[in-house]
Design a binder for this molecule. Structure first.
Ligand code: NAP
Length: 225
């Protein structure tokens, strides 16, 4: 079955690779990017490139308007903001809200905006790309306050989405892509974007409604909260 996916943050890194592999499968890909004119990596793909800043309500509303009446099978909330390694003493707490705006609220804003499209789709799958760094259980090294807390918030948002949309037949999950060699992950990372996305797509293909509300890594293993 050929599905329509909307991928946010598709200009580079995992988002670009998701768009590439999904397009190669023959599905329809809508690739959300902040600056379409600079998203050169998407030009060779058959994806529909759309302007999208997930922190900007006007930008999200414009996309919803553009997609009005078009069924969408899968939303991949991939756009993310990383970094923030400053030690506690030098941390400027007033700058941390941007992590929440992108990593947590951006994803929620997107689900709200395209909910009618997802309801009209056949797969009804919401994939929120989170991080193991958002796991409270797994945090043994501290720091990264904005990134960790915003991904933990995303995990909680996902759980509420899973509950609220269960009766509509939705599957909503948070997926950790592994430590991946992108601008965010750095070149010392273990996985290439290609390997990570191949594994993520394998996990996504197998997801059923029974998995909704859960936290998996790219191998399909569940991660503790
Ligand atoms: N790489 C890793 O090791 C790793 C590990 C765990 C989780 N993750 C998660 O995986 C996802 C993708 O990460 P990545 O490694 O591919 O990161 P990346 O290379 O830094 O790419 C981030 C992407 O997000 C987009 N973005 C940032 N802010 C945005 C906004 N306000 N609106 C729309 N798009 C926005 C960027 O667009 P611009 O080009 O316009 O900046 C870019 O396309 C993120 O959610 C990240 O937290 C990554």
């Amino acid at each position: 079955m050929s599905l329509t996916h909307l991928v946010t943050g598709a200009s580079r890194g995992l988002g670009l690779e998701l768009a590439r592999q999904l397009a190669a499968r023959g599905g329809r890909v809508i690739a959300g990017v902040r600056r379409p004119e600079e998203a050169t990596g998407l030009r060779e793909l058959s994806a529909e490139v759309v302007p999208l800043d997930v922190t900007d309500a006007g930008s999200v509303a414009a996309l919803a308007e553009r997609l009005r009446g078009r069924p969408l099978d899968v939303l991949v909330n991939n756009a993310g903001l990383g970094g923030g390694a400053e030690p506690l003493e030098r941390l400027d707490v007033t700058t941390l809200d941007r992590y929440f705006q992108v990593n947590a609220l951006g994803a929620l804003r997107m689900v709200q905006a395209v909910l009618p499209n997802l309801r009209a789709g056949s797969r009804k799958l919401v994939v929120n790309v989170t991080s193991r760094m958002g796991s409270i259980d797994d945090n043994s090294s501290g720091g990264y306050y904005g990134y960790r807390a915003s991904k933990a918030a995303l995990n909680m948002i996902n759980r509420s989405l899973a509950i609220d949309l269960a009766d509509d037949g939705f599957t909503c999950v948070v997926l950790h892509p592994g430590w991946v060699a992108t601008d965010m992950g750095g070149m010392g990372a273990k996985l290439s974007p290609r390997e990570s996305v191949e594994r993520l797509l394998r996990v996504m293909d197998r997801l059923t409604r029974h998995d909704s509300g859960k936290f998996f890594d790219y191998t399909g293993h569940q991660i503790p909260w």
